[in-house]
Design a protein around this ligand. Structure first.
Ligand SMILES: CC(C)(COP(=O)(O)OP(=O)(O)OC[C@H]1O[C@@H](n2cnc3c(N)ncnc32)[C@H](O)[C@@H]1OP(=O)(O)O)[C@@H](O)C(=O)NCCC(=O)NCCS
Length: 175
């Protein structure tokens, strides 16, 4: 499947993209991912999140990448948050790296991560930072050269309310 996957940096996010990105976000939260949302994960919460993200893209504060299958359906996404304090112009945050459960373990996450790093570099970023509560994601980041910094216990809640730790990673894009 990953051979047919196209990664696109979304310049504008319209209704079609909001629907597809919402499908991915809802599926990931319902699958237990700690990505800011609690159960029940409604369409209204997903729409509000992606509409606010679209406005942030329009202001130039972040980039949103979408992984699309051969039919054009969105099966995954990742973001680079560009807007940082004035003393950290070279840093970006990787966020909301999500792949729909039906498209996982076929290289979509790896492709999204590589494309996000290239897009960040093209935007002038030389350092990326992220945090994750997912073992699957930790292996992906380590495999693609990210450095594990450490763990903060009790950082957030899983969608069902169970407390969970988060692990910080960084990657220098100069190397
Ligand atoms: C983390 C996440 C994005 C990974 O996405 P993915 O598309 O499954 O990632 P990949 O396919 O590139 O890699 C996943 C695994 O499949 C394997 N794989 C990749 N291509 C493969 C293929 N063609 N055949 C078999 N296995 C393959 C990888 O080696 C990797 O193995 P591992 O689990 O032993 O490390 C996904 O699990 C997810 O969305 N999780 C929920 C949301 C979340 O927590 N995101 C992290 C927020 S920071």
């Amino acid at each position: 499947m990953s051979g047919a996957i196209q990664i696109r940096c979304l310049q504008t996010i319209g209704d079609r993209e909001i629907q597809g990105l919402g499908d991915v976000l809802i599926d990931c939260v319902e699958g237990g991912a700690s990505v800011s949302f609690m159960l029940p994960m409604s369409r209204a919460k997903a729409d509000a999140f992606w509409r606010s993200t679209a406005a942030s893209v329009a202001r130039g504060e972040r980039m949103v990448l979408a992984a699309e299958d051969e039919t054009g359906e969105i099966v995954g996404t990742a973001q680079i948050i560009l807007a940082q304090p004035e003393n950290q112009p070279h840093r970006g945050d990787l966020a909301k790296m999500l792949v729909h459960r039906r498209a996982r373990r076929r290289g979509v996450g790896g492709k999204l991560l590589a494309a996000a790093e290239r897009s960040a570099l093209d935007a002038g970023k030389t350092l990326l930072v992220l945090d994750t509560a997912s073992d699957d994601a930790e292996r992906l980041y380590a495999r693609q050269g990210w450095q594990r910094c450490g763990v903060i216990p009790n950082y957030a809640l899983l969608p069902d309310g169970t407390p969970c730790a988060t692990t910080y990673f960084f990657k220098s894009l100069r190397d």
